[in-house]
Design a protein around this ligand. Structure first.
Ligand SMILES: [Zn+2]
Length: 215
């Protein structure tokens, strides 16, 4: 194991960061806790972003040692480009998926040979151990409240109120456009090419919190 991999491995003393299984020396993955893969070819359908993963990296700031954690291969492959909260939802959604697809699972359930804990919250190994990961805004060097700002949905955009201005965020020509309007109707605007709505919200909030100055 080289030094870089050893440092990642030691973050959990050789356990999978998510399920907690023993990893052993080989075959484990170094996972980006906050995902860095971008989908590049995308379009909006029914207010949802539909896209193809081209593997191109976005957020060079997130491609750093602080964001790498040891994971078993199955957890890493299941997680793909999910955020930790989306991963939690996807795991919870497995009950219905497995029930719909596996007659064996339904049989075992009917016979009382397996018990499902559907209302039990998904708790990852690192959470049980009290490990706190740096937030995305910390790693991206953004204002600490960038992820706290709540965006509310409107007709064709989302909006928030920051620093006495109403800020709207919408996708225009495959870029995210944020317009901040003050009480005096003075407007400032900025565009971001990040394609995940969540990322655009964080960056737009950072811009608003920093007084509408492009860094
Ligand atoms: Zn695992």
């Amino acid at each position: 194991m080289n030094k870089k991999r050893k440092d990642i491995y030691d973050k959990s003393n050789g356990k999978c960061f998510y399920c907690g299984c023993e990893l052993g020396e080989k075959g484990w993955h170094a996972d980006h806790f906050h995902p860095i893969i971008r989908i590049n070819d995308y379009e909006i359908k029914d207010h949802k972003l539909i896209g193809k993963d081209t593997g191109k990296r976005v957020h060079p700031d997130l491609d750093c040692d602080e964001n790498l954690v040891p994971s078993c291969a199955p957890c890493n492959l299941f997680k793909t480009t999910y955020s930790i909260d989306f991963l939690r939802k996807e795991i919870t959604a497995q009950f219905e998926r497995v029930r719909a697809k596996s007659s064996g699972f339904k049989m075992l359930e009917r016979m009382g040979l397996i018990t499902c804990h559907e209302n039990k919250p998904v708790k990852f190994w690192f959470e049980k151990k009290g490990i706190v990961m740096p937030s995305k805004s910390e790693l991206m060097n953004l204002h600490p409240d960038s992820e706290v700002i709540k965006w509310k949905p409107d007709d064709d955009c989302v909006y928030c109120e920051v620093n006495d201005r109403v800020c709207t965020l919408r996708m225009v020509n495959n870029n995210w456009l944020c317009i901040a309007t003050g009480k005096d109707w003075i407007q400032d605007r900025i565009e971001f090419d990040c394609c995940y709505e969540g990322d655009a919200k964080i960056k737009a909030a950072n811009w608003c919190l920093n007084g509408f100055n492009a860094k």
